[in-house]
Design a protein around this ligand. Structure first.
Ligand SMILES: CC(C)(COP(=O)(O)OP(=O)(O)OC[C@H]1O[C@@H](n2cnc3c(N)ncnc32)[C@H](O)[C@@H]1OP(=O)(O)O)[C@@H](O)C(=O)NCCC(=O)NCCS
Length: 213
């Protein structure tokens, strides 16, 4: 997926992105404090946690800011001076991070494409998004996954800023701005403007949201 991001022009300006995949041995990438934190988690969460922290370690190495990435509740706590976000799905983990002081928060999310039933649009989408989906020809599973993923990315960035969103419909994706994929553009939620983007790869949808100063 890293290659797919590079082909699309790379991650948002000022950020770095790191991935890990289930076939990699990521154990050694973890900081001892991350290993201790992982040991406190339910067994069912540990593989995802390890892959996510290993993806974060790749970002932190490139940023020259060593970990650990611990947690405040479920929210990842990056080292001072770093803002970042983590997502994992189906054996792949991704981290988006930045040290640029003009980046206040980031959110990243990865979802399997084409798994949401069309009926989920009623739960997730605003009226404008549903109208946009209805105008798409053929299977809208990818677009629905993209809308859902972008809302999750935006939610994560907003959480990092202490902004609480009450429901998926409070975040309206930039469906008016592009013909193809409804995730590139900007979204404003509760006064916070988020630059948004992402891409579709073989089986997944990757999205991000970036709040700049
Ligand atoms: C928190 C949430 C976004 C996680 O998404 P997910 O698809 O279940 O899981 P992902 O793999 O994409 O992300 C998990 C990672 O997100 C991070 N995370 C968890 N809660 C977070 C939060 N509130 N804010 C930012 N990041 C968070 C963590 O790093 C976590 O990984 P870790 O536990 O290994 O550290 C999701 O469970 C959720 O609550 N969504 C919001 C639902 C909602 O109310 N939506 C309405 C507005 S969109």
């Amino acid at each position: 997926m890293g290659a797919a991001v590079a082909r699309h022009g790379g991650p948002p300006h000022g950020t770095v992105i790191g991935f890990t995949h289930e076939d990699e041995d990521t154990t050694a990438a973890l900081h001892p404090a991350e290993r201790r934190l992982m040991a406190t988690l339910p067994v069912s969460r540990r593989d995802d946690f390890r892959r996510g922290r290993a993806a974060a370690a790749r970002c932190l190495t490139r940023l020259g800011t060593p970990g650990p990435v611990l947690a405040d509740g479920r929210l990842p706590r990056f080292p001072d001076g770093v803002t970042g976000s983590i997502s994992h799905r189906d054996g792949t983990a991704v981290c988006l991070a930045a040290t640029d002081v003009r980046i206040r928060a980031v959110g990243v999310d990865i979802e399997l494409a084409d798994v949401l039933p069309p009926a989920a649009a009623h739960l997730l989408c605003t009226e404008r998004e549903r109208t946009w989906l209805e105008q798409r020809a053929g299977n809208v599973g990818d677009q629905l996954a993209a809308l859902f993923s972008l809302k999750e990315s935006a939610y994560k960035a907003l959480c990092a800023l202490g902004v609480t969103v009450r429901g998926f419909k409070e975040i309206e994706c930039p469906v008016g701005l592009c013909g193809g994929f409804p995730i590139t553009g900007s979204v404003t939620v509760r006064g916070v403007r988020l630059e948004t983007g992402g891409l579709r790869s073989a089986r997944s949808v990757l999205t991000w949201a970036v709040a700049r100063t």
